[in-house]
Design a binder for this molecule. Structure first.
Ligand code: DGL
Length: 274
């Protein structure tokens, strides 16, 4: 209880690096341990039970590595596993540790951004089918009309580093056109998947001018700043040397190569079996 450790950041693959980057910008003083379950990514088309099992394994692994606070930097895991882990597993596993997700902080920010009160959300099939965004946004902003669109091909485009290729255009335009045809008054499009910020350049080519894209990193990061303020008992358990380590269930050399592109810096990674 008195020992300190890094803040754990978990994603199925590389997408959570977009969240890590924002968190590091706002909170550079802390240590971070990033875990990408690259060997089993993507999670987006997997069943509730499988995403829950994989996410619980990842959370246990990060706890074993000394993290007291874990951020699920993955919408699919946040949608399908967070609540069960918080309510059922944590009290037995590590009652003093905490696990936070990315959907709530994003939903909180939506209401402050949209003027037309027509909002779109794009995400993996798992996130969209869970209706987590709908439920969270309705609780806080009942006046918002939310239209959701599952984009199952977008994560594979990112994981396979095809996000800037000509082939990506077809899949991106297809879903942008489709969601806008469902509600042409949308003025804010939530990128409800941590992989999607890598598609920003392409998305900007295809979204209508009046639509603002809403990547989540900044909102998750400011919400963490606020959380650490309100919970000094957790803040004290986070080590502060400004260092980051990377773990992957895939090959470290493969992770290192891709992660370096996403983060714009050279990193080292270690293999871990989940
Ligand atoms: N980046 C993740 C998300 O935010 C998951 C992508 C996947 O593994 O399908 O949903």
């Amino acid at each position: 209880m008195n020992t300190t450790g890094p803040i754990g950041i978990f994603d199925s693959g590389y997408g959570g690096l977009t969240i890590l980057r924002s968190i590091q910008k706002f909170l550079p003083q802390y240590d971070y341990l990033y875990l990408g379950d690259n060997a089993r990514a993507p999670y987006g088309t997997r069943s509730f039970e499988v995403v829950y099992d994989f996410t619980l394994q990842a959370v246990k692994c990060l706890f074993d590595q000394g993290c007291s606070l874990v951020i699920l930097a993955c919408n699919t895991a946040s949608a399908k596993a967070l609540r069960s882990i918080q309510q059922n597993d944590l009290p037995l596993l590590a009652p003093h540790n905490r696990v936070l997700g990315v959907i709530r902080p994003t939903a909180e920010a939506v209401g402050l951004l949209s003027k037309t009160r027509h909002v779109g959300v794009v995400g993996t099939s798992g996130t969209i089918l869970s209706r987590s965004y709908e439920l969270e946004i309705r609780k806080m902003y009942p006046d918002i009309v939310l239209t959701a669109e599952a984009c199952p091909m977008w994560v594979p485009l990112v994981e396979n580093r095809e996000f800037n290729s000509a082939g990506a255009d077809y899949f991106i335009k297809q879903h942008v056109d489709h969601i806008m045809s469902k509600d042409s008054e949308i003025d804010t499009l939530v990128l409800g998947c941590t992989h999607y910020p890598l598609l920003m350049d392409k998305l900007n080519q295809f979204i209508p001018n009046q639509v603002q894209l809403m990547p989540q990193g900044e909102y998750v990061a400011t919400s963490l700043v606020d959380y650490l303020h309100r919970h000094p008992e957790m803040e004290q358990r986070c080590s502060k040397q400004g260092q980051t380590r990377f773990l992957t269930s895939e090959s470290p050399s493969r992770f290192k190569e891709s992660a370096s592109i996403f983060l714009n810096q050279n990193i080292q990674a270690e293999h871990i079996t989940l």
